[in-house]
Every structure is written in structure tokens, then in C-alpha cells.
Design a protein around this ligand. Structure first.
Ligand SMILES: Cc1cc2nc3c(=O)[nH]c(=O)nc-3n(C[C@H](O)[C@H](O)[C@H](O)COP(=O)(O)OP(=O)(O)OC[C@H]3O[C@@H](n4cnc5c(N)ncnc54)[C@H](O)[C@@H]3O)c2cc1C
Ligand code: FES
Length: 475
């Protein structure tokens, strides 16, 4: 199902790139990150071209909940521990400044996109120590805040941490007029890069600088981003007939929910899991049940899901792609906080390109990793190893004839492993169970009816069309 943003905002169709060309900066991906990078560079007189594999904002950006805040869950006490007070403060200042950057663009370009300033809250219903820990970090960093029990959530909270002057908007209404200023080519996936030469299916682009703004960078070496991140999926429902909230809320409890209002609708989000770990489904049902429990007359009008890249230390990778090449940049690993992170990317990367100096920041992709992060990387690698090796384990598997209608499983067929979905009309959709990215075994997502890779989060339709990167090929 489409998100409420995608239902109401329509981008003008753009041509595919069919002729060789050149540019100062080539941006890969036309989501919020690619568009904001292009906008800031063009403002500084740098010529850009943007290549988009599918449609403008057809990736994760169309499915966000678009809370624009520097309150990124309980990140600050973790940052103080992992990178120290100074860098934690730098993280806050960049992200809080990104709210002003977005507001400035809205004013300068006279964009009507339901932008409003409002408070942001972290809340707990039973683990208030988490709030206390994060509040102590706010004290250390000088972030103005209030601890309260007063919220307009439809249930009691044990404790909430409030910061003022954050924001929310309608993301595609914001991006539509900005994207209209950019030279964007749709249906133009980048297939390969050799030094400053970018290959697509029908044409090549020579570029002085290249920016990977494609959510998950698909080039495996150098950079090794696949080893430094995994992806997590979450679910959203849009609910009508409920009271509106005067703040944005994010639950820190296990299985916590997120809330924001938009016009007369409320967005309720939750059900987060590592991509490839939702074989039993039930996430939308869970959200619907909550909505009906919270509000007697709740009417669910839409539901959708999205995923984002999660880094070991909770800090995005923004800056030079690898030590090998000073002219290639990356913007990824937003940990589900891409509204401010994308504006931070646009600021850092455009400054590097305009000044010719790649500044070291807290987001530097080549930062050192500590033991905690190393632990996360080892965990991710263990998951990858498990999923790759399960491809080769001798397997008797489920008998495809025993599959019920509208269900799926990895089955043995003629001695080979196949991912099979039997639809409502008993038609079988059969593809190989091996992910084309690096060969892990895919898992079924019963809510979205998709095949997902637990290693790095590629997704495929039941007929094997690639839906999400890092995989770039259909099965
Ligand atoms: C459920 C959910 C709720 C969220 N809510 C919030 C929120 O409230 N606040 C917040 O700050 N963040 C939120 N986020 C995070 C935020 O939505 C994302 O971080 C952000 O949208 C990522 O934008 P992007 O431009 O980097 O990626 P995308 O929007 O995915 O754009 C990348 C583009 O690159 C294209 N592409 C891929 N490969 C290629 C290729 N080879 N060649 C050319 N193009 C390519 C894709 O087609 C895509 O259009 C949420 C995330 C989730 C999962
Ligand atoms: S996404 Fe990397 S192996 Fe599937």
C-alpha cells in the first residue's frame, strides 16, 4: 500500500539518460539525500546531474514518518560513551542545525509543506531508567530539556524527556519544488564506476566528483559498507478519527511505538526488526490493535513499511567514500533519522566539494571503531556467515505441494533450494532462494509478501524483482 505522502504528491516524469555526458558532480539516487545535496551544490554554482534507478523519491523517502528532530532515540548517552562528549555535542549541533537548514530552504523557496515547529518527546511506560540516563547525557551536553509525565498520548507514561523547537513536515511536498530545479534522470540505475566514469545501461557520465546518495552503497570494495551496516524494517499505519497530538513521540520501551500527527491524521509506527526477520508477520495487525485500544473510533486508512541502514555506533557515514579516492563521497547509515541526517550530508559534502577540503567530522566514514562497534560488526558478519552457509547445508525442505494458499517457504525442488510463494489462486511463484548480492539465503516477510535478505537487507518481489538495494539485479 502507498504511504499518505505518495498518494498525494506527484513528481513530473523524467527521461532516462540515453547519451554520454559529463558534469561537475554526479549524484547517485534521488531520495531526500540526493535532492538536498544537488540543491545545495547548485546554490553554490556547482553543476550536478542526478541519476535515479527508479522514480524520484521512490525509495525509502516516500515511506518515512518525517519527524525532523535531533532527538534520535537515546543516542546521546551512547555517543558520550563511545566517542566522547565533544563529538556527541558535534552530532547534536549538526542535527539540530539541520532543522534550521530545512526551515531556511522552505522560507527561501516559499514551499508550502506543512512544516511546523513542535516539541519532541522520548517516553517510557516501564523503563524510566532509560529516560534518566539520556537526561543525564543532555545535562552533560547542555541540551535544554524537561522531564515530565504530562503528554497528550492516549496512555499514561512513567516518564518522558521533552525538547522544544523540533519540527515535522510533509516530506514529498517539501522535495517536489526543490527537485524541479535539478537535472534528474529516472530509470537510470548506475551499474558500475571506474575512477571518474559512471556507467548506466545506455550511457556513461564523466564526473569530477561522485556522491553515493543511493541509501545503501552498492559498491562492495573498497568501502566495505556491507560489513559495517545492516538494515531494519518498521511499519506505519495512518489513523483517522483520533485526537491530534501537539508533539512527536518516540517510545524507548521494548517494542515502543512512535506517534506524530499530520493534518487530521495520526501516524503510528512500530514493529521494528532486522530485515529478513518477519517470517510470521502480524506487524500491521499489532499496530491496528493498538490503534483500536487507544482510540475507540480509530479508522485505519492506510499502512506501509520502510527500512533504513543501521550502523554499529549509531552514527551515519557522511563524507569521503574510502581512503583510495578523494573525489567520491557517501551518505548512508541514517539509523532511521534521515530527515536531519540528509540535510547534514548536504551541508558537509557540498562544503567539501566547494572548498576542495574533506573535513573530518564525527560522521567521517573512515573513523576508528571501538570495541563496542567491533562487536556489532562481528555480530553482523556472523549473521551473514550463518545465512550464506545455510544456502549450502543439505536440505530436505518443505514439500512445495504442502504449501497453503497465500503462504511461502524455502522448498526443495528437483534437489535445489527455491523460494516459493503460492498465491491466493494457488499459482506458484518460484525463484532461487539465493540473494544476488553476496549469496545469503532469503527469508519471507509475511506482512509485505516479499523475500528479504537477513544479511544486508536486499528485498525482492515474489517474482524476483529487486525492490531494495544493496542488490542491484533482479533474481
Ligand atoms: C518506518 C520508517 C520511518 C522513518 N521515519 C523517520 C522520521 O520520522 N524522521 C527521520 O529523520 N527519519 C525517518 N526515517 C528514515 C528516513 O526515512 C530515511 O533515512 C531517508 O528517507 C533515507 O533517504 P535517502 O535519500 O538516503 O534514501 P532513499 O529515499 O531510499 O533514496 C535512495 C535512492 O537511490 C536510488 N538508487 C539505489 N540504487 C541506485 C543505483 N544503482 N543507481 C541510481 N539510483 C539508485 C533508489 O532508487 C532511491 O530512490 C524513517 C525510516 C523508516 C524505515
Ligand atoms: S543483501 Fe547482501 S547477501 Fe543479500
Amino acid at each position: 500500500m502507498n504511504s499518505i505522502w505518495n498518494e498525494t504528491v506527484h513528481f513530473e516524469k523524467r527521461n532516462q539518460l540515453c547519451k554520454d555526458t559529463n558534469t561537475d558532480v554526479l549524484i547517485i539516487g534521488a531520495g531526500i539525500t540526493g535532492i538536498l545535496c544537488g540543491y545545495m551544490l547548485e546554490k553554490n554554482g556547482v553543476k550536478c546531474k542526478v541519476l535515479e534507478a527508479g522514480k524520484i523519491c521512490g525509495g525509502q523517502t516516500k515511506n518515512t514518518t518525517a519527524k525532523i528532530t535531533a532527538q534520535h532515540a537515546d543516542i546521546y548517552h551512547r555517543l558520550i560513551k563511545s566517542v566522547g562528549t565533544e563529538k556527541a555535542k558535534e552530532y547534536f549541533l549538526y542535527n539540530n542545525g539541520a532543522i534550521d537548514t530545512i526551515e531556511k530552504i522552505i522560507k527561501e523557496e516559499n514551499i508550502s509543506c506543512h512544516f511546523e515547529r513542535l516539541p519532541s518527546y522520548l517516553y517510557c511506560t516501564n523503563e524510566k531508567e532509560k529516560i534518566e540516563k539520556e537526561a543525564a547525557a543532555y545535562n552533560e551536553l547542555g541540551i535544554k530539556h524537561e522531564i515530565t509525565k504530562e503528554t497528550d498520548l492516549p496512555f499514561e507514561v512513567e516518564s518522558a524527556l521533552k525538547i522544544e523547537n523540533q519540527a515535522q513536515f510533509s516530506p514529498l511536498e517539501f522535495l517536489l519544488p526543490i527537485s524541479n530545479k535539478l537535472e534528474i534522470y529516472e530509470n537510470t540505475p548506475v551499474t558500475k564506476i571506474e575512477k571518474n566514469l559512471v556507467f548506466t545501461r545506455r550511457a556513461r557520465v564523466t564526473a569530477d566528483k561522485i556522491i553515493f546518495a543511493c541509501h545503501f552503497p552498492f559498491v562492495n570494495f573498497p568501502g566495505l559498507y556491507f560489513a559495517k551496516m545492516h538494515q531494519e524494517r518498521s511499519y506505519v499505519i495512518a489513523v483517522d478519527n483520533v485526537e491530534q497530538l501537539s508533539g512527536m513521540y518516540y517510545g524507548l520501551d521494548k517494542d515502543g511505538l512512535s506517534f506524530r500527527s499530520f493534518s487530521n491524521i495520526l501516524l503510528l509506527g512500530g514493529g521494528s526488526h532486522r530485515t529478513g526477520k518477519n517470517e510470521d508477520g502480524g506487524k500491521y495487525e499489532m499496530l491496528k490493535e493498538k490503534a483500536h485500544k487507544f482510540w475507540k473510533n480509530a479508522k485505519v486508512i492506510s499502512h506501509w513499511s520502510a527500512q533504513d541502514c543501521i550502523t554499529g555506533d549509531g552514527i551515519p557515514y557522511i563524507g569521503q567514500f574510502s581512503r583510495k579516492n578523494k573525489n567520491i563521497f557517501v551518505a548512508t547509515g541514517f539509523n532511521k533519522w534521515g530527515m536531519t541526517s540528509s540535510a547534514v550530508c548536504a551541508q558537509i559534502i557540498s562544503k567539501s566539494i566547494v572548498t576542495g577540503k574533506n573535513e573530518e567530522t564525527v560522521f567521517s566514514p573512515m573513523r576508528n571503531v571501538n570495541f563496542e562497534v567491533l562487536g556489532e560488526i562481528i555480530k553482523d558478519s556472523a549473521q551473514a556467515l550463518k545465512s550464506i552457509s545455510s544456502q549450502f547445508i543439505t536440505f530436505t525442505g518443505k514439500n512445495p505441494n504442502k504449501l497453503e494458499k497465500d503462504s511461502a517457504a524455502v522448498c526443495a525442488l528437483d534437489g535445489k533450494k527455491k523460494a516459493i510463494y503460492k498465491d491466493e489462486n494457488a499459482k506458484e511463484h518460484i525463484i532461487t532462494s539465493r540473494c544476488p548480492h553476496l549469496g545469503c539465503e532469503m527469508k519471507w516477510n509475511a506482512d509485505d509478501k516479499t523475500w528479504e535478505c537477513p544479511c544486508h537487507g536486499s528485498r525482492f518481489s515474489v517474482d524476483g524483482n529487486v525492490l531494495n538495494e544493496p542488490a542491484q539485479k533482479d533474481i
